[in-house]
Design a protein around this ligand. Structure first.
Ligand SMILES: Cc1cc2nc3c(=O)[nH]c(=O)nc-3n(C[C@H](O)[C@H](O)[C@H](O)COP(=O)(O)OP(=O)(O)OC[C@H]3O[C@@H](n4cnc5c(N)ncnc54)[C@H](O)[C@@H]3O)c2cc1C
Length: 245
C-alpha cells in the first residue's frame, strides 16, 4: 500500500515537473532574458526578501539533529556546539545533504561535480544558450554555454561524480578537465580569451538515482523534512510542491 501510494505520488510529481519545464521554456523564449541566473545575486535577493517577511539569517554549521528521549521526534538542530530548538526542521543543505544522511534515513543522494569558467564577454553577447556535445577521452560529454545578464558568460562541461568534501572551500575542479575546458572554450569563440577569465571553479549538485528531487516529510521521523536532490534545475523548479497525499 505504501509503495503504491509512493509510486502514484512520484508519477504526479513527474507530470508537474514536466508541465513546469514547458512553462519555464515558454517564459524564457524572449530575447530579454537569459537561461541562467547569477547564483550569488539570486540567492542574496531571495534571502533579503525572506528577511523582510520575518526570517532571520544565522551563520553556522549544522552538525546534527536533536531528538526527543525516544529518538522519534526531531526537536531542533545542533549548530556549532549550541542547540537551536525547532518545531520543524527542513534539511535543505544542497550537496551537503549527503552528510545529513548520517543523521536520518534518506534515499541515496550523489554529488555531481562540474568544472566551469566564467568569462567577461560584455553585454553585446546574445542571450542564446548553446548546448553542444564533444568526444573527450572516448566519451561523449555535454558542453553548455550560458550568457548571463551581467555581461559574463558561463561555460561548463564534463560533469563527473566525485566524493563531496566536508568543507565547501575544498570544492575544486579536476585540473586536466579544467585545462581541456579552457582550450575547448578558446576554440569555440574569440571572446573566450585567457585575459577575460573571471573565475575558474567547480560546483557540486545533489542528484538522486531517479533524477527526481526529494521534497517532503522524512518517513518515521516526526518534525523532520527534506528538500534536496534538485540537480541542475533547483532554482527554476523551486516553486514545485508535492502533490496532496
Ligand atoms: C554555477 C551554477 C549555476 C546554476 N544555475 C542554475 C540556474 O540558472 N537555474 C537553475 O534552476 N538551477 C541552477 N543551478 C542549480 C541550482 O543552483 C541548484 O539546483 C540549487 O541551488 C539547489 O538548491 P538547494 O537549496 O537544494 O541547495 P544549495 O543552493 O546548495 O543550498 C544549500 C545551502 O545549505 C548550506 N549548507 C550545507 N551544509 C550545511 C550545514 N551543515 N550547515 C549549515 N548550512 C549548510 C550551504 O552553504 C548552502 O547555502 C546552478 C548551479 C550552479 C553550481
Amino acid at each position: 500500500m505504501r509503495a503504491r501510494r509512493s509510486t502514484r505520488w512520484r508519477g504526479a510529481f513527474r507530470a508537474r515537473l514536466a508541465q513546469r519545464r514547458r512553462r519555464h521554456r515558454a517564459a524564457h523564449r524572449t530575447t530579454g532574458t537569459t537561461a541562467i541566473v547569477h547564483p550569488h545575486r539570486f540567492t542574496s535577493v531571495m534571502m533579503n526578501a525572506a528577511i523582510v517577511h520575518g526570517a532571520e539569517l544565522r551563520d553556522g554549521r549544522v552538525t546534527s539533529t536533536v531528538r526527543d528521549a525516544d529518538g522519534t521526534t526531531v526537536k531542533g538542530v545542533e549548530v556549532d556546539g549550541s542547540v537551536i530548538d525547532a518545531d520543524a526542521v527542513v534539511i535543505a543543505m544542497g550537496p551537503g545533504s549527503l552528510l545529513a544522511a548520517q543523521w536520518m534515513s534518506l534515499p541515496a543522494i550523489h554529488g555531481e561535480r562540474s568544472p566551469s569558467i566564467v568569462y567577461d564577454t560584455g553585454t553585446p553577447v546574445s542571450a542564446d544558450a548553446l548546448f553542444l556535445e564533444m568526444e573527450i577521452y572516448g566519451k561523449t560529454t555535454p558542453i553548455e554555454v550560458f550568457p548571463r545578464p551581467d555581461g559574463s558568460t558561463y561555460v561548463t562541461a564534463c560533469p563527473d561524480t566525485a566524493a563531496f568534501p566536508t568543507d565547501p572551500a575544498d570544492v575544486k575542479p579536476e585540473p586536466n578537465l579544467m585545462d581541456w575546458l579552457q582550450q575547448m572554450s578558446e576554440r569555440l569563440s574569440p571572446l573566450f580569451r585567457p585575459e577575460k577569465i573571471i573565475a575558474k571553479q567547480a560546483c557540486f549538485r545533489p542528484v538522486t538515482d531517479d533524477g527526481l528531487p526529494l521534497i517532503g516529510r522524512v518517513p518515521r521521523d516526526e518534525g523532520l523534512h527534506v528538500a534536496s536532490g534538485h540537480g541542475v534545475w533547483g532554482i527554476f523548479s523551486m516553486r514545485l510542491q508535492p502533490a496532496k497525499r
